[in-house]
Design a protein around this ligand. Structure first.
Ligand SMILES: NC(=O)c1ccc[n+]([C@@H]2O[C@H](COP(=O)([O-])OP(=O)(O)OC[C@H]3O[C@@H](n4cnc5c(N)ncnc54)[C@H](O)[C@@H]3O)[C@@H](O)[C@H]2O)c1
Length: 269
């Protein structure tokens, strides 16, 4: 079988880094995308992946820029030969707090990265996969285990419609389960599956917040903000990476249109 190629966004650290390493373990060549200031981290990761005997290509880019996403996909194909798997993992945590204290600039930036960025990655990856004619895998990242059923809905649809919710409107901006389902239907005739993971609190730089120490450690502030009990389990990036490793397998072709919660039982979904 031809070696498959994955493009992972937000690859420099956290969940994206873990996914990159995990996919390399499964014999996949990887293009590592993150913002320009993370180029050194990307280079170090590329070295680790080369040490596993896989090809890694560093492609600094901003997922909120259409030009950047198009060009990152073109460069991936030029350098690694194809694009078979897109993991639209990059995301940012907006400023936590009540809406009255939020600025429109904050809102727009989170929307640009977490919603438009995912839209661009899905669209241009699918275009390339359809051109190749051998199917593919598209994976998105949801914000905080909110797949549209328990806490929010309709954050990312064809017409891009979003709404603010609770104190955490900024972290709820992400693709919804409706969109995942819809897009999966559209791409199914091309042999492309579309799924997403919806993490609970995973121990990464994103969830290390001021106030953690007082509350009892990494992840505690976020648990408080999302209304989770302090005793709720937290996860490691590798746990999410293992789920992605399954979803991208050729054998997982029957799994599509799903958002899989991986949240330590944060809520029933
Ligand atoms: N950690 C959690 O508990 C958690 C929970 C739910 C969802 N998520 C989601 O999982 C994904 C990964 O999160 P993480 O915890 O590893 O976060 P992280 O902050 O450790 O890593 C995110 C990476 O995305 C990159 N990035 C940010 N904006 C970008 C842009 N415009 N273009 C390209 N890259 C960009 C960052 O530079 C960073 O390297 C995010 O989408 C996040 O919203 C994380």
């Amino acid at each position: 079988m031809t070696t498959r190629v994955a493009l992972i966004t937000g690859a420099a650290q956290g969940i994206g880094e873990a996914i990159s390493l995990r996919l390399a373990d499964d014999g996949i060549d990887v293009a590592l995308l993150d913002i320009h200031t993370k180029e050194q981290q990307l280079a170090a990761l590329a070295n680790k992946i080369a040490g596993k005997g896989r090809r890694a290509f560093v492609v600094p880019a901003d997922v909120s820029s259409e030009e950047d996403v198009k060009s990152a996909i073109e460069k991936t194909v030029e350098n690694l030969g194809s694009l078979d798997i897109m993991v639209a993992n990059a995301g940012i945590l907006g400023k936590l707090g009540p809406m009255l204290e939020a600025s429109v600039e904050d809102f727009r930036r989170v929307h640009a990265v977490n919603v438009e960025g995912v839209f661009l990655c899905y669209k241009y990856a699918a275009e390339q996969m359809i051109k190749q004619g051998r199917g593919g895998r598209i994976i998105g990242s949801f914000s905080f285990s909110m797949s549209g059923i328990a806490l929010n809905e309709s954050h990312f649809r064809r017409g891009i419609c979003c709404r603010e919710e609770r104190h955490v409107f900024d972290i709820t901006l992400s693709p919804s389960s409706d969109a995942t389902y819809d897009i999966a239907q559209e791409f199914a005739p091309h042999g492309i599956t579309v799924n997403a993971y919806a993490p609970g609190v995973i121990l990464t730089a994103m969830t290390a917040l001021p106030g953690d120490e007082e509350l009892g450690g990494h992840g505690m502030t976020l648990k408080k903000v999302v209304g989770a009990p302090p005793s709720l389990a937290v996860g490691e990036p590798l746990e999410v990476a293992e789920l992605v490793a399954y979803l991208i397998k050729p054998e997982a072709k029957f799994v599509t249109g799903q958002c899989v919660s991986i949240n330590g039982g944060m809520f029933f979904d």
